[in-house]
Design a protein around this ligand. Structure first.
Ligand SMILES: Cc1cc2nc3c(=O)[nH]c(=O)nc-3n(C[C@H](O)[C@H](O)[C@H](O)COP(=O)(O)OP(=O)(O)OC[C@H]3O[C@@H](n4cnc5c(N)ncnc54)[C@H](O)[C@@H]3O)c2cc1C
Length: 309
């Protein structure tokens, strides 16, 4: 094997990819990991819910992962963006702007990214990840008992506000100009103390990332201290799976998930997909678990290939 050929190439070094690299390193498998170092939660100040790393900055998790991987000589880490993934009969070819690399196996761990600017609400980017979040399991605890907003459309915002009301009894769902069509849901929200505001939002008012009010089209300002966003307009960070037309199936939160077997291997033999890249939203702990699992699977496959009966 030359220095451009690896047993495994991992594309993407977030929690999923770095975890796979760690276990492959411990299995002494020649691995290349390509990373552009933009994990999805880098916009936030603290990552929560992953045991032993609760409250740690996402950048710090990345730094610690890089330091820990240095211990493993079979893992080669490169700050390079994979720009093409070619599936050949007996290998994969991964191209970056600098080089081309070959391997028998590829793990796609490229994650998702959120398109907050595309939502079209003035002031939203300033508070995203600082006082407005996508996930209550990640940041609900810190937002508990505050005056909360749930921002979305006439369908998802009311539904999501039911979940958010678990963390605070002062929740207003903002549909940003859309009417709530589901009258039963509307009645139930009212019964549970959740208000709905269907007026268009003019802008979010904040100081140093902390929301303090929501200005509506009629100039009124509704005081809010934080909240949650029901749709972040997220897309695959790099659409290798889409380009390869990998089949999907319905996943959680109404998202499509790439179809894999119990080993996270796709229908293309040797091609694995893990973390957010597979599901649209896995969270840190689940992404780490998938990385670890896929690395063990790959190790077993390689052991079997080298075994003489
Ligand atoms: C605001 C916010 C707060 C969050 N808070 C939490 C939390 O508190 N707890 C929690 O569990 N989850 C949280 N999440 C969710 C969490 O960020 C993701 O579920 C998790 O990062 C998924 O890990 P991943 O490894 O699959 O993808 P990512 O972490 O997104 O990592 C993907 C990596 O691949 C790299 N990459 C992409 N394309 C390429 C390419 N072509 N070539 C090379 N590298 C590439 C990226 O730069 C990135 O480093 C939060 C998300 C957001 C948006």
């Amino acid at each position: 094997m030359n220095n451009k050929t690896f047993e495994v190439i991992i594309i993407g070094g977030g929690p999923a990819g770095m975890s796979a690299a760690l276990v492959l390193g411990r299995s002494r498998i020649k691995t290349l990991i390509l990373n552009t170092e933009q994990p999805r939660n880098i916009v936030t100040t603290h990552s929560h819910g992953f045991l032993t790393q609760d409250g740690v900055h996402p950048g710090e998790i990345l730094n610690r992962a890089k330091i820990q991987l240095k211990k493993y000589p079979s893992v080669n880490y490169k700050l390079q963006k994979a720009i093409d993934l070619e599936v050949n009969t007996d290998n994969f070819l991964v191209k970056t702007a600098q080089d081309e690399y070959k391997s028998k196996r590829v793990v796609i761990a490229t994650g998702y990214r959120d398109n907050i600017d595309q939502i079209g609400i003035d002031g939203l980017s300033e508070v995203y990840g600082k006082s407005i979040y996508p996930c209550p399991f990640c940041d609900g605890f810190e937002m508990a008992d505050k005056k909360l907003a749930v921002i979305g459309d006439g369908t998802i915002a009311p539904m999501f506000s039911k979940t958010i009301a678990h963390w605070s009894n002062d929740v207003i769902a903002f549909t940003n100009g859309e009417q709530v069509a589901d009258m039963d849901l509307l009645n139930n929200l009212e019964k549970n103390g959740i208000s709905i505001i269907e007026k268009k939002i003019r802008k979010l008012l904040s100081k140093e990332g902390k929301l303090w009010g929501i200005e509506l089209e009629d100039n009124s300002i509704i005081e809010r201290e934080g909240g949650f966003l029901s749709d972040t307009q997220s897309v695959e960070s790099t659409n290798f799976a889409q380009k390869l037309a990998l089949p999907t199936e319905p996943g959680h939160f109404g998202m499509e998930t790439y179809k894999v077997d119990e080993n996270k291997e796709t229908e293309i033999r040797g091609l694995f997909i893990i973390g957010d890249a597979r599901t649209g939203w896995s969270g840190v702990a689940e992404s780490v678990a998938e990385g670890s699992k896929v690395a063990a699977v790959i190790t077993h496959q390689i052991i079997d290939e080298n075994w003489i009966d």
